[in-house]
Design a protein around this ligand. Structure first.
Ligand SMILES: Cc1cc2nc3c(=O)[nH]c(=O)nc-3n(C[C@H](O)[C@H](O)[C@H](O)COP(=O)(O)OP(=O)(O)OC[C@H]3O[C@@H](n4cnc5c(N)ncnc54)[C@H](O)[C@@H]3O)c2cc1C
Length: 304
């Protein structure tokens, strides 16, 4: 048998049907998928994309599932959990290091490695959940000081919509607040190549600890959430507006607005999608009535 046919048979045999995958999302609401596949390697990602093209199936890739809210009974097509984990040093000298990090690599692990090795660039993201793929797709940020995940990217490898690999420079991503071009193109990040500075480990660790402590002081911990649900409209924080609209602690069913940070929506158990939709609508209406501001979700909503 030809190699590509063997690959496709292997891929097909690894697809799970009608699976319940709530545990793969930090919001922990009920999610059933028609087809589920876990990609463990670069080849897996390429082959599952080809499989989807051959079988005309939509593909949703998830990393840490920390910025997605699924608001439908069942997700059709294929959900691909990205577990492709690889970190390689490409080049280094006394001052800098260039690393290739696969898209399924956990951000927490990348930061732990950076702190250990004395690589500066990611330390302020200490405590950011998820994977490199999700963080580049979102251009995830930290505000004290303002740093974006894409800041240190120099180029990346993508899988385009025809399952072809392409190498693109940082400019291609058009990074902005909560934005990268991947949100439009729907291409899949395979690896990101980052340039990091070598610095005193003690100083890098202090910065990471500072960020983590600030996070712990201002955000709820150990709860089922997607973090900040809405984008900050301009220079004002969405959490401040929700708080001042009197909504801290407000709940619909099992979903409630955190008392600690008003932009955090928490699922206290069996949150239903109808309840979340209702809560989102109440938040938007109240904030619009009080401040004339239209809030826009930061969290990726899957509802069609
Ligand atoms: C407690 C908590 C704290 C948080 N703090 C922050 C914070 O400080 N700053 C911040 O910006 N965000 C924060 N978030 C939100 C979230 O963690 C980030 O957006 C994170 O970077 C998402 O990564 P992920 O792997 O979980 O992405 P996922 O939620 O799995 O996916 C997000 C989007 O990226 C796409 N995607 C994932 N992988 C790829 C890939 N390889 N190629 C192309 N597209 C891909 C998905 O299809 C989806 O559309 C927080 C969330 C939680 C729960």
């Amino acid at each position: 048998m030809q190699k590509s046919k063997v690959n496709m048979l292997d891929i097909k045999s690894r697809i799970g049907k009608n699976k319940e995958i709530s545990n793969l999302f930090t919001l922990k609401n009920q999610v059933i998928v028609e087809n589920f596949f876990e990609a463990k390697t670069r080849e897996d990602l390429i082959n599952i994309k080809k499989y989807c093209l051959d079988n005309n199936l939509p593909l949703l890739i998830i990393g840490g599932g920390s910025n997605i809210a699924i608001l439908k009974e069942k997700v059709n097509g294929i959900v691909v959990k990205n577990s492709y984990k690889e970190l390689k040093i490409i080049e280094e000298n006394d001052d800098e290091v260039i690393i290739s990090v696969s898209s399924g690599y956990p951000v927490s692990l990348l930061i732990a490695k950076s702190l250990e090795a004395g690589w500066s660039g990611f330390e302020y993201h200490q405590g950011l959940p998820g994977t490199i793929g999700g963080a580049i797709y979102m251009n995830s940020k930290w505000t004290k000081p303002l740093t974006y995940f894409g800041d240190n990217l120099i180029y990346g490898y993508l899988l385009d919509n025809q399952a072809k690999i392409k190498k693109v420079s940082r400019d291609y991503f058009q990074f902005a607040y909560d934005y990268s071009i991947l949100q439009k193109t729907k291409e899949i990040l395979l690896e990101g190549i980052f340039k990091l500075k070598k610095e005193d480990k003690k100083i890098i660790k202090e910065r990471a600890l500072f960020a983590l402590n600030y996070r712990k002081k201002t955000q709820p911990f150990g709860v089922a959430t997607c973090g900040c649900f809405f984008k900050n409209p301009g220079n004002i924080s969405a959490g401040y507006l929700i708080d001042k609209a009197g909504l801290k602690g407000f709940s619909v069913g099992d979903f409630y607005i955190s008392d600690i940070h008003a932009n955090f929506i928490i699922n206290k158990g069996k949150g239903k999608k109808e309840d979340l939709l209702k809560l989102l609508s109440i938040i938007k209406t109240k904030v619009k009535e009080k401040f004339g501001v239209e809030l826009e979700e930061e969290v990726i909503i899957i509802n069609n």
